[in-house]
Design a protein around this ligand. Sequence first.
Ligand SMILES: Cc1cc2nc3c(=O)[nH]c(=O)nc-3n(C[C@H](O)[C@H](O)[C@H](O)COP(=O)(O)OP(=O)(O)OC[C@H]3O[C@@H](n4cnc5c(N)ncnc54)[C@H](O)[C@@H]3O)c2cc1C
Length: 516
Amino acid sequence: MSQSLQTTETNEDFDVIIIGAGLGGLGAACQLGLSDKNVLLLEKHNVPGGFATSFVRGRFEFEGALHMLSDIGTPEDPGALYRFFKRIGLVPDLLKFKHIPEYYRSIFYDGYDTVIPYGVEEYFNKLLELFPSEEDGINNFREICEAIYNGIQYIGSRRGKVSQKDIIKDHPWIARVVGLTLQDIFDKCFNNKRLISVISQPWGFLGLPPSRCSAYSFLGMTMSYLDKGGAFPEGRSHALTSGMVKCFQKMGGTVKFNALVSKILLKNDKIYGVELLDGKRFHSKAIISNVNPICTIMQLLPDGTIPEGYKKKIYAPEIGPSGFSVYMGLNASPQELGLKEHETFINKDDDLDAAYDSFRKIRDPRYIVAACYNNIDPTISPQGTSQLVLTTLQMGDEWQIIAPDQYHKIKDNYADKMIQMVENTILPDIRQYIEVAEVASPLTYYRYSKNYNGAIYGYHQDVYNSPMMRLKSKTPIKGLYLAGAWTNFGGGFSTSILGGRVAAGLYLSDNKEGEI
Ligand SMILES: Cc1cc2nc3c(=O)[nH]c(=O)nc-3n(C[C@H](O)[C@H](O)[C@H](O)COP(=O)(O)OP(=O)(O)OC[C@H]3O[C@@H](n4cnc5c(N)ncnc54)[C@H](O)[C@@H]3O)c2cc1C
């Protein structure tokens, strides 16, 4: 982070300053908006949202990140996130949601092609219909999934005040699953490779294949989608994040854009404010940082203020993947193209570990998702056109070592291979319809978000970094809290917002107890 040249005291004092208006920062801001605290939200860009944004190319406005949002449900059967949005005044007046008709389509190079529905009953019936010889294993798997989901709902209902004794007595699967990978659960139920692939399709939402992914995270996510469905905000994620900003302001919060924080200020080891790149200073006794923890701790804080043990905690977890996306505006409607589903996972085969290995090599993608947003919202692109976005994951460090003069060639070549996967499966003549295309690599995501390695979910979401074990919001510096994908419940829209709310809640309780 560059040093500012001249400092200017603004004499503006706040109870809390939030650095970053990504989903973690916005979750914290809106939670604090419900209290009587005087809060300042600072964002380096001129728009809120971080990854949760959109951009325009030609006559298309592309969704930057969101494929499907969990935890929304319906107004009659709302998820926890919808209930929060209602409390802050975002729904139903400022924002509406579209419901995604099906969970996903799954297609393989050998021609296998199936569509998986939402709904717990519908999902397990579909698995039984596709794999009748695996009936016992599927029923066993369902019991485990339901037991884990009941446990997660119990924990959610207790607002963090959970008794380990009750968990072990009433929800033993929660205690058991914490140390298990998704593959460990599959091994207890079945070993049909195609069945495992079909169930695991959304593993890219967590960034790790079954052999490494936390069973708790994957099964919790799956059951939440099955139970409440997937949603998409009308107006894309930009409407969601700018709506959250409006709610925060209505509740009395202050927002400043184009405000890059370059320093967190400490006096006698206590937080007393922040300094911006242009030298302006704002004061507060508490800070919630939505900036990734490595940057918050190692760059924003003064040297020598953080215990070595905590630095190890920050550096020890493995950093998760970044994304690689090809955003395409096609000059034909989804009907003309035969694209009926929103989310199609395209796989070369059932070797999910090989697919994960391909994230480390910039050669051949093996697993991508093609999202046709018109199937959720027909108005998302001009009439007679379609918005198709191809996404896979790539490890950011592999892209940092590319020579600058090779970058564009390598990026275009990789995008071309992803388009070939579409040609080989769902749309053989896709190239003749491409009107505009924009490609984002891990370097693009890094440049935009400043997340370490361009990581889109923060640290890896493996068993050592599942929601129970992940870095928490509280830091050793009194008054400094962390929020966002790297902490609490991990990456993703609803989890990052929830993590921000947790950080705000911790501040409020420390403040009530007189600690800050
Ligand atoms: C291509 C793609 C597809 C995705 N698909 C989905 C999906 O379908 N469903 C899902 O749930 N999740 C999805 N995600 C993941 C999800 O978008 C992220 O996990 C989540 O948005 C992370 O939010 P965050 O608040 O932790 O971080 P960020 O979005 O990185 O926000 C951090 C904010 O801090 C600001 N900031 C940084 N440094 C400073 C500074 N020094 N001063 C001031 N401001 C600063 C940044 O500008 C940014 O606004 C996707 C992500 C990508 C990229």
